[in-house]
Design a protein around this ligand. Structure first.
Ligand code: DX5
Ligand code: ZN
Length: 219
C-alpha cells in the first residue's frame, strides 16, 4: 500500500476552500505544496502556496509535504517552517556544493522537520547517494519541475528502481516519492519500481470523487 500526496498546485481559482475541505474528507495522506520562486523554475507560486498552506493548517491536521523548487532554499525553509510542515524537500540542483546540501539537511532537521532531497529528471540518481543516510525521503521528479498536468517521463521508472535497489542494499529506511504525471495508468509501474509515496495533482483534482481516485491510486 503506498501513500498519496495530493498536489494542490492546480487548484481552481475560487474553489480553494471547497477543494481543501474535500481533500481533507477524502483523507489524502499528505497535501503536496509545490513552492516555485520564478527563478529555479519559471512559475512563481510562492505567496499563493504560503497562503494555501496556512489555510490548510487551519482546517486540517493532515500533514504538509512541502516541495521547494526555489534557488534560495534557506529563505524558503524559514518561510515555510512557519506552517509547520511534516517534511520539507529541496532540490539538489539548487545547491552550489555538497557542504550546502548537508548544511540545509541539518538546518531543516534542527528545526524539527523531516527532510527530503529532490532530483530533476536529468540528474543522475548516484549524485545523491552520499546524502541518503541523512534524509527521510528522496523525491524523484517524473516530469520536469515547474508545472502540473505533464506526462510522466518513462525512463524515470528505471531511475526509481535503481534507487530502491540501492536503498535496500544499504538497509536504509527511506521513502521514495514519485512526483509528476502520476495517474491510474502510470501509478502501477512507479509502484512496482519501488516508490512508496505518489504525488498526484491533475489526476486527483479533475476527479468527481477525490476519495475514490485516492483509494484507487493507493492500491
Ligand atoms: C511539478 C510539481 C508536481 C506537479 C504534479 O513541478 O512538482 O508536484 O504539480 O502535478 P501533476 O500530478 O498534475 O503532474
Ligand atoms: Zn511537487
Amino acid at each position: 500500500m503506498v501513500e498519496i500526496s495530493t498536489s494542490i498546485l492546480s487548484t481552481k481559482k475560487g474553489k480553494e476552500s471547497e477543494t481543501f475541505f474535500a481533500l481533507e474528507k477524502a483523507k489524502t495522506d499528505y497535501f503536496h505544496i509545490d513552492v516555485m520562486d520564478g527563478k529555479f523554475v519559471e512559475n512563481d507560486t510562492y505567496q499563493k502556496m504560503l497562503e494555501y498552506s496556512s489555510y490548510i493548517k487551519r482546517i486540517s491536521n493532515l500533514p504538509l509535504d512541502v516541495h521547494l523548487m526555489v534557488k534560495d532554499v534557506k529563505q524558503a525553509v524559514d518561510d515555510f517552517l512557519a506552517v509547520e510542515p511534516n517534511i520539507i524537500t529541496f532540490h539538489y540542483e539548487a545547491c552550489k556544493n555538497k557542504e550546502e546540501v548537508l548544511d540545509l539537511i541539518n538546518y531543516i532537521k534542527q528545526n524539527n522537520c523531516k527532510v527530503g532531497i529532490s532530483l530533476k529528471p536529468n540528474t543522475k540518481i548516484e549524485e545523491i547517494y552520499e546524502f541518503l543516510p541523512y534524509v527521510h525521503m528522496v523525491l524523484v521528479m517524473t516530469v520536469e519541475p515547474g508545472k502540473g498536468g505533464q506526462t510522466l517521463l518513462k525512463d524515470m521508472v528505471e531511475k526509481i528502481a535503481t534507487l530502491r535497489k540501492y536503498v535496500e542494499s544499504k538497509e536504509l529506511e527511506i521513502d521514495i516519492e514519485a512526483d509528476g504525471g502520476i495517474n491510474l495508468q502510470t501509478a502501477e509501474p512507479v509502484k512496482q519500481a519501488g516508490a512508496n509515496i505518489l504525488v498526484a495533482g491533475t489526476a486527483i483534482l479533475i476527479a468527481k470523487d477525490f476519495g475514490v481516485i485516492i483509494e484507487e491510486l493507493r492500491k
